[in-house]
Design a protein around this ligand. Structure first.
Ligand code: KMH
Ligand code: ZN
Length: 277
């Protein structure tokens, strides 16, 4: 059955520098403004990376807690904290992200080359993240950068059981140099592999950089959901830098409406993902 479209906004990420991308929201005020405007346009989930006073990525616990509280106060968005952080973040700090008590957290399902860096996600670390989220009632979004990550997820669920809430939701992060390409063919392959996961598993997809539009169209046509935002896309069209996250959310909403799969409300998103507020 085709449903409406779950739209996640990933407004900041850990990779772009504020000096190079001045429109990037890096302060709490900037993040809250972006969150409110994206929610008004049709986003239901926010995938959050935060920055320090110098606009550098941070996993500071106090700031994360303040951010979760502020987002809950000003919006009804599902708050998903990144446990991926930046490629330089140590495992302990990534696990401690859960202490901020978000509705959801990301959980990347394997190690990969990440451009010139390595995004390290050891099996034992993944198990730790998954089981701690089960214990604390946090719903994971499993980040799938490559096909083998779905095999790892199947193994994880088989050995350690379903996530909190019982629903499995994954995000195909496509087009990272070192991961699967952002193509229709790769999305179809990943979608096929979803059949090995528990019945009813859902997926979102995001294409990094130029692969954003083809991945969005492929995901909508395959019954998938969308993640957009300046974490993944800083160029709107050739020679045209992204002006704001709202521009990207508005485009995703337009595509979803064209596909006759309008954006899910935040309440419907909670139902889909198995989240209780
Ligand atoms: N910044 C990347 C190394 C996540 O948020 O969980 C990892 C990332 C995935 O963005
Ligand atoms: Zn992220």
């Amino acid at each position: 059955m085709t449903t409406g479209t779950l739209i996640t906004v990933a407004p900041t990420g850990a990779e772009s520098a504020k000096a190079e991308v001045p429109a990037l929201p890096v302060t709490l005020d900037e993040l809250l403004l972006t969150a409110k405007e994206c929610e008004a346009l049709g986003a239901a989930v926010i995938h959050v990376h935060i920055r320090d006073d110098d606009a550098r990525p941070t996993l500071d616990g106090g700031r994360l807690r303040e951010t979760v509280a502020a987002l809950r106060e000003s919006t009804d968005l599902v708050v998903q904290l990144s446990s991926g952080g930046a490629v330089t973040d140590p495992e302990a700090a990534r696990l401690a992200v859960l202490d901020a008590g978000p509705d959801m957290a990301s959980c990347t399902m394997g190690t990969l080359n990440f451009g010139d860096d390595i995004f390290l996600n050891r099996w034992e670390f993944i198990v730790d993240l998954h089981t701690r989220m089960q214990e604390r009632g946090i719903v994971p979004e499993y980040e799938i950068f490559d096909l083998g990550h779905l095999t790892a997820l199947q193994r994880l669920l088989g050995k350690y059981g379903l996530p909190h809430g019982g629903h499995v939701h994954v995000d195909f992060v496509m087009g990272v140099p070192g991961g699967m390409p952002g193509t229709t063919q790769a999305l179809v392959a990943a979608h096929q592999a979803l059949r090995d996961l528990p019945e009813g598993a859902t997926f979102s997809a995001t294409g990094v950089g130029r692969s954003g539009i083809p991945v969005m169209l492929a995901s909508l046509s395959a019954g998938g959901h969308l993640r957009v935002g300046m974490e993944d896309t800083v160029t709107y069209a050739k020679g045209q830098p992204v002006e704001s996250n709202m521009q990207l959310v508005a485009r995703a909403v337009g595509f979803a409406q064209l596909a006759q799969r309008p954006p899910l409300t935040t309440a419907a998103a909670r139902d889909l993902l198995g989240i209780r507020r």
